[in-house]
Design a protein around this ligand. Structure first.
Ligand code: MN
Length: 202
């Protein structure tokens, strides 16, 4: 069964002014759609065709560039849309808050660590918050469309929050000001969704 481009739970302009409608539209309907189509083409007729994306990425031969890049792109963007929410200005709470404070001390220190990972990822890539079995959380970043489900990347566990720092994610509105885009992202994080993923994966 072919993978499908997931629908957004909100309108393209719903994240303004933090993320503009034009960027969202191009990012979802062109970039994510392209990864989806290219993933389907790459797995057509192979034994990956009936696997979940998590299974495909978790068992990936990293020399398979087509599946690595497009499967990563498919999964990463699917997560990204879901961890943002126009009503995202909610306080972090519950078990996830406890885990973040256990790892980073304060929310501000976590935010600094995550923002630094996103800002210093050279070129294109992603910043992640991951959870390991047992509930320990960890921030890391990966290049291109790699992600922590893949073996041999900088951190493991399950990604529960991801930030796209490819220029296509922010350049129309922020040009070279990646740090401003990262700051804006913190205004639209859907913490209740991130916590749901934390509880399901820990
Ligand atoms: Mn992207």
């Amino acid at each position: 069964m072919a993978f499908e481009l997931p629908k957004l739970n909100y309108a393209y302009d719903a994240l303004e002014p933090h993320i503009d409608a034009r960027t969202m539209e191009i990012h979802h309907s062109k970039h994510h759609n392209g990864y989806t189509n290219n993933l389907n083409a790459a797995i057509a007729g192979t034994d990956l065709e009936n696997s979940s994306i998590e299974t495909i990425l978790g068992n990936l031969d990293m020399s398979n560039k087509a599946v690595r890049n497009n499967g990563g792109g498919y999964y990463n963007h699917s997560l990204f849309w879901n961890v943002m929410n126009p009503e995202g200005k909610e306080a972090l709470s519950g078990d996830l808050k406890d885990a973040i404070l256990a790892a980073y001390g304060t929310f501000e220190d976590f935010k600094t660590t995550f923002s630094k990972a996103a800002a210093t990822q050279f070129g294109s890539g992603w910043a992640w918050l991951c959870v390991h079995k047992g509930g320990k959380v960890e921030v890391c970043s990966t290049p291109n469309q790699d992600n922590p489900l893949m073996s041999g990347v900088s951190c493991g566990g399950t990604p529960i929050l991801g930030l796209d720092v490819w220029e296509h994610a922010y350049y129309l509105n922020y040009q070279n000001r990646r740090p401003d885009y990262i700051e804006a992202f913190f205004n639209v994080i859907n913490w209740s969704e991130v916590e749901k993923r934390f509880i399901a994966s820990k």
